[in-house]
Design a protein around this ligand. Structure first.
Ligand SMILES: [Zn+2]
Length: 126
């Protein structure tokens, strides 16, 4: 893991304007970084996974840093090539399942900043 510069592309609605924001991220795999989550143009303490080639969120659920780091294993242990273009990645059924597993794990287990709850449910890293 290392700190990288990540450009996030945000769009409130499908036909709305795209806003780009460059921020820091923690590189977790080729094509993926943990970045700060925002809501109503404010940081709220949560973290999300960003697909770095496109700047798109992998899933719009945020969690504490510890839970997101652990749950990222769903996304990185699957052998998915996250460096592909966003439309190719999102059409991949393996991606859909990995993202669903990631999102359900964070949503069901994370209890806010510094909870670390996901850590208790995940197998050890290989
Ligand atoms: Zn948590």
């Amino acid at each position: 893991m290392s700190i990288v510069s990540v450009t996030i592309r945000m769009q409130d609605r499908p036909d709305g304007p795209v806003t780009e924001l460059t921020t820091i991220g923690e590189h977790v795999a080729p094509g993926l970084a943990i970045t700060p989550a925002t809501e109503d143009n404010k940081l709220h303490g949560g973290w999300i996974i960003t697909h770095t080639p496109s700047g798109q969120l992998v899933f719009p659920i945020s969690g504490c840093l510890t839970c997101v780091r652990y749950a990222t294993r769903w996304l990185t242990a699957s052998g998915i090539d996250w460096t592909r273009a966003n439309d190719v990645v999102t059409a991949d059924p393996d991606v859909k399942q990995a993202v669903l597993d990631f999102a359900c794990t964070v949503d069901d287990t994370c209890d806010g900043p510094d909870c670390g709850g996901v850590a208790d449910t995940m197998p050890e890293a290989a």
